[in-house]
Design a protein around this ligand. Sequence first.
Ligand SMILES: CSC[C@H]1O[C@H](OP(=O)(O)O)[C@H](O)[C@@H]1O
Ligand SMILES: Nc1ncnc2[nH]cnc12
Length: 294
Amino acid sequence: MSTQPETMIGVIGGSGVYQIDGLQDAEWVGIDTPWGAPSDKILTGTLDGVAMAFLPRHGRGHVHSPSTVPYRANIDALKRLGVTDLFSVSACGSFREDKAPGDFVIVDQFIDRTFARDKSFFGTGCVAHVSVAHPTCARLGDLAFEAAQAQGVTVHKGGTYLAMEGPQFSSVAESKMYRAWGCDVIGMTNMPEAKLAREAEICYASIAMITDFDSWHPDHGAVEITDIIATLGANSANAKGTVARLPQALGRTRAPCPCGCDRALEFALMTAPDTRDPELVAKLDAVAGRVLKA
Ligand SMILES: CSC[C@H]1O[C@H](OP(=O)(O)O)[C@H](O)[C@@H]1O
Ligand SMILES: Nc1ncnc2[nH]cnc12
């Protein structure tokens, strides 16, 4: 009998992606967490023999704004369910002429300009510092790239995602500044999601689907929600097709991540065991149980 852990693929669907199709034994399950309720119930099931868990980031019906998405509850709930490998699917604007609406970008870097969100599971009474120098999992990113290519999507490997607070879009001056900073795409939701996934030792890749040229492009005017909605339909079909290819690509049994995302907390805890806050430690049972029990 194998002692290797089994893969469970998590998918967080963004704007336009509120469910995925084709799961066997599909069931929407409600999960409560010490950080509150997640954005919605989570759709669980199997695809090609691999366990899957899908969570609509904004909730079905698009209830949560980027600032009020319960990011900590979402990541905790997925961890609690057993998710090992997490793919974020999200809409974004592009700062690059060669990255056009309809294209996908496999994001590998972020600039986090969000400011009104809880960004960590840790804090007073249990302090931890994880590395996010490489905030996404290269192994998952490569698999997502290949899956999108096989789906026939024009997909770019690597790119920097500017995470803004929103919900309003950027001014022309901001858009030009982010472009000058070297950013490739912009969205409102991948942070703190990616940081929290790292704290929870879940491998995380971001599939960003371009819907617009934000507001810098002289030939395209300023981004409007109507333009975004027009592109979301095709993007969402391609996203679902890409996601459906992931179980076969990952396989059922799981080896430790070569990037080390699944061991991010190994040396991260700073607070001495005898000075830890028992209440916070109890809340960290799913996210950090592996190292807190040790
Ligand atoms: C619908 S336009 C703005 C909205 O779309 C993106 O959401 P998500 O990342 O969840 O696909 C963007 O970040 C904004 O939240
Ligand atoms: N231009 C843009 N800015 C921020 N979030 C977005 N989501 C889709 N397009 C966007």
